[in-house]
Design a protein around this ligand. Structure first.
Ligand SMILES: Cc1cc2nc3c(=O)[nH]c(=O)nc-3n(C[C@H](O)[C@H](O)[C@H](O)COP(=O)(O)OP(=O)(O)OC[C@H]3O[C@@H](n4cnc5c(N)ncnc54)[C@H](O)[C@@H]3O)c2cc1C
Length: 408
């Protein structure tokens, strides 16, 4: 195959590895550029049902299930102290015919599984170097790697994160913003089982979420924590000794998981938002955090990024048989992604800001919304389905097969 027929994926993070695998499976030659960082972190990712189907289509679902923990119930507790707070709202995956909303897995483990599949895929050539510059022409794109090597392809898929060089080089502007929040992340051991329930406490500083992880080798219970707080509090907690910090985490969990120890962490991530003004340019498609980023509420970020990848694959299959970077592919992709990306980005932003706003009408609206969801079954089901994935325009890798439907 001529090098010009190849697709270049910039960035070998979770979105980039997923893109390389999905496009290679569709029969394309892929060059994946960027180092793969397999160091263990304190970050985990909840892969919702559509993403699990995406990985099922790639033959990776069973391995992810084996290393992750299912999320059968999601519980939201209003811990803002608002006058209008209701009782906790519980969402059970069984109500919408699923065994689980998804699986929670450590980022490092998922990255390892995807990297192994990509490095063993004959259609993927991995180059562990950063891109330094790009040149876009009418019929091809050229990436210059650190070290000076030039690589050409018909399409560049930018999965190079929030500070995407590819996006910048194609002059796609991005709206960025920050929040007065930092997320503390940790991997916890605890004495009381999570019972496959993820619990999100909504506090005045942001959500504090405990997400199930599989038991450790000693059979001890484990969860991951994402605790969004004011940067001042994050700084204070960064200086605490681990014993004192752990007691503060137990208190934030209202002791529902019992006594805790930190298996790893804490890590600290500043909360930022980003949305690209466009999701494609000549010879370029954006995916993952190169296109959108927002705070970790409701496990949306990577799930949205995987939908970028799955939709891009559909567009290439439909319009790009001869040329995966044809304008018709990229126009269709940018159009398809607009509503999903905007609604998730601004929806999460609104919910996050509503927590930070201690004014009565906002508190009332949030409290009433949560009560409606807790008590009105059809609305709750609709919210659960939409929370997992938008119901229109589901990409083919994420559709339920006859088999899956019959097994429900
Ligand atoms: C605390 C926290 C919890 C989260 N929980 C969830 C969750 O439960 N569910 C969910 O769906 N999402 C979650 N997210 C969001 C999710 O983690 C991100 O959406 C996802 O990790 C982004 O992956 P990415 O590959 O797009 O970007 P990145 O992980 O930023 O990867 C970008 C890659 O590009 C590489 N790169 C950069 N520049 C270049 C270059 N010039 N050349 C080559 N390579 C380059 C980088 O080295 C990196 O490997 C969470 C986020 C946070 C902060």
């Amino acid at each position: 195959m001529n090098a010009k027929d190849e697709i270049i994926v910039a960035g070998a993070g979770l979105a980039g590895l997923a893109a390389a695998l999905a496009l290679a499976q569709a029969g394309r030659q892929v060059i994946l550029a960027g180092p793969i960082d397999l160091r263990a972190t304190t970050r985990t990712v909840a892969l919702l049902d559509g993403s699990m189907r995406f990985f099922g289509a790639l033959g990776l679902r069973e391995r992810i299930e084996a290393k992750g923990a299912p999320l059968r119930v999601m519980r939201i507790v209003d811990d803002t102290g608002s006058l209008f707070r209701g009782s906790p709202a519980e969402f059970d995956a069984g109500e919408i015919g699923l065994d689980a909303f998804g699986w929670n897995i450590e980022n490092g483990i998922l990255l390892g599984l995807l990297a192994e599949a990509a490095l063993n895929n004959p259609r993927i050539r991995h180059i562990a170097a950063f891109a330094e510059s790009y040149a876009f022409a009418a019929d091809a794109v050229t990436m210059r790697l650190a070290g000076g090597e030039d690589i050409s392809g018909r399409l560049l898929v930018a999965c190079d994160g929030m500070k995407s060089l590819a996006r910048e080089s194609a002059h796609i502007a991005a709206q960025t913003w920050s929040y007065p929040q930092t997320a503390l992340t940790a991997i916890l051991k605890h004495t009381i089982s999570h019972e496959e329930v993820s619990t999100e406490f909504h506090t005045r500083e942001g959500p504090c979420t405990f997400v199930p992880l599989p038991n450790g080798s000693d059979r001890g219970h484990r969860s991951s924590l994402v605790w969004v707080m004011h940067p001042r509090e994050a700084k204070r907690r960064e200086r605490l000794d681990l014993e004192t910090l752990t007691r503060e985490i137990e208190k934030a969990a209202h002791h529902i998981l019992g006594a805790m120890t930190l298996e790893r962490g804490p890590g600290f991530v500043p909360m930022e938002g980003l949305i690209a003004r466009d999701f494609a340019a000549p010879r370029l498609a954006l995916a993952g955090e190169a296109a959108h980023a927002f705070p970790p509420i409701g496990a949306q970020g990577l799930n949205l990024g995987l939908r970028d990848v799955a939709h891009l694959r559909d567009c290439i299959e439909k319009y790009g048989a001869d040329d995966p970077g044809d304008p018709s592919v990229l126009d269709a992709f940018a159009r398809l992604r607009r509503t999903d990306i905007s609604s998730r980005t601004y929806g999460v932003d609104m919910l996050n800001r509503s927590l930070l706003t201690p004014i009565l009408p906002v508190d009332f609206a949030r409290g009433a919304g949560l009560r409606l969801l807790a008590n009105v079954k059809p609305l709750r089901r609709l919210a659960m389905r939409e929370g997992i994935m938008p119901q229109g325009n589901v990409p083919s890798m994420m559709r339920q097969t006859e088999n899956q439907l019959n097994n429900r």
